[in-house]
Design a protein around this ligand. Structure first.
Ligand code: 6GU
Length: 278
């Protein structure tokens, strides 16, 4: 996978050289290039921003340096055989970044990140890019950062670890938080008792079936407690009887939607502690 990132703070992205992603780069699995947007300015002050047209607070990133930077990065990658590019623009007004999106992005051969600062990038930069390549505006969550760099660190780490070979043990990608729409189960190591706190007995039993069931129940209980929005999204047909019992104990019940069509079985969904009241 090739990754290009354009920023006015290229040093901010130096962290990608460390640890997992650094190793993936060394192993040739991920080819990362960071570009300084100011290299694509032509004035003495290397200006990248200007006041918002129509008025308002803050500054907006000018389109000209972005246009030149994207043209240069895209033509270089094309010459070097990077494949089909996708432009990712981190923005608090983008679609929410999720593990599902990380999987989609990990399928691509070439990602280009445009890090905005200030109040954002002149909209025409994205419209112009969209006429040539797919563009996704992506948000980490419902809060505001000063720029896209932290989002690029997060997105690149989430995506690159899904590239085959980057994470040594592929099994560890399967049973982790957000895979299968549930949070991860709690984990323990030795010693079996620490500060008078014992590791749950079942984990010492050597009984793989019971351990697997306990872990699944912990995932369901935690998710019900901390992330009811994820429980609401679960596919009821993917739940077994034990799942349904565990969710019921956590206040979530399978209900059938009365509106049936033809001979098909009625759609079922989970109703939680809050939706019972309304
Ligand atoms: Cl991707 N960018 C900025 N500036 N703020 C954010 C964000 C992105 N995601 C959440 N907040």
């Amino acid at each position: 996978m090739r990754i290009d990132a354009i920023s006015i703070f290229p040093e901010y992205l130096a962290a990608l050289d460390l640890s997992l992603i650094g190793k993936a780069r060394t192993a040739g699995l991920v080819h990362l290039e960071v570009h300084d947007l100011r290299e694509f300015t032509h004035d003495r002050h290397r200006t990248v921003d200007d006041s918002p047209t129509g008025g308002g607070a803050g500054m907006v990133m000018k389109p000209e340096p972005w246009g030149e930077a994207l043209d240069a990065v895209l033509s270089r990658g094309a010459v070097e055989g990077a494949g089909e590019p996708m432009l990712i623009v981190p923005s608090p007004s983008g679609e929410r970044f999720t593990q599902a999106m990380a999987h989609q992005l990990a399928e691509r051969s070439w990602l280009v990140f445009a890090c905005g600062r200030y109040e954002g990038i002149d909209e025409r930069v994205m419209v112009d890019a969209e006429s040539r390549i797919p563009v996704r505006r992506v948000s980490l969550g419902d809060y505001v950062l000063n720029g896209g760099e932290v989002a690029v660190l997060a997105i690149v780490e989430a995506v690159a670890r899904l590239v085959p070979g980057v994470v040594g043990n592929a099994d560890s990608l399967v049973e982790e938080s957000h895979e299968g729409g549930l949070l991860e189960y709690p984990v323990y190591t030795k010693p079996p008792a620490w500060r008078e706190l014992a590791v749950p007995e079942v984990l010492l039993s050597g009984h793989h079936g019971r351990i697997e069931r306990w872990r699944r129940d912990e995932r369901l209980r935690r998710t019900a407690q901390r992330r009811p929005d994820l429980i609401q999204e679960l596919d009821v047909d993917g739940l077994d009887r034990a799942d349904i019992a565990t969710l019921a104990a956590a206040g979530w019940h399978v209900v059938e939607n009365g509106a049936t069509s033809g001979g098909a079985s009625p759609p079922r969904f989970l109703a939680g502690p809050a939706s019972v009241a309304d």
